[in-house]
Design a protein. Structure first.
Length: 55
């Protein structure tokens, strides 16, 4: 029975963490910030366009 409680507690903790992270990401996006992945994609695109312009 104790194992069941511990397991359920861990599951609820994981769910809470996922929801918290999703809400934080949503708030950051609303503030106009970009994710690291978006930034890196844009950086690569700029490099590609600069290379095309220089050739």
């Amino acid at each position: 029975m104790l194992n069941t409680w511990v397991s359920k507690g861990e599951q609820l903790n994981d769910e809470w963490n996922e929801r918290s992270q999703a809400k934080a990401k949503e708030q950051v996006k609303k503030l106009g910030f970009v994710t690291k992945e978006e930034y890196e994609r844009l950086e690569e695109r700029i490099k590609m366009l600069e290379n095309q312009q220089n050739t």
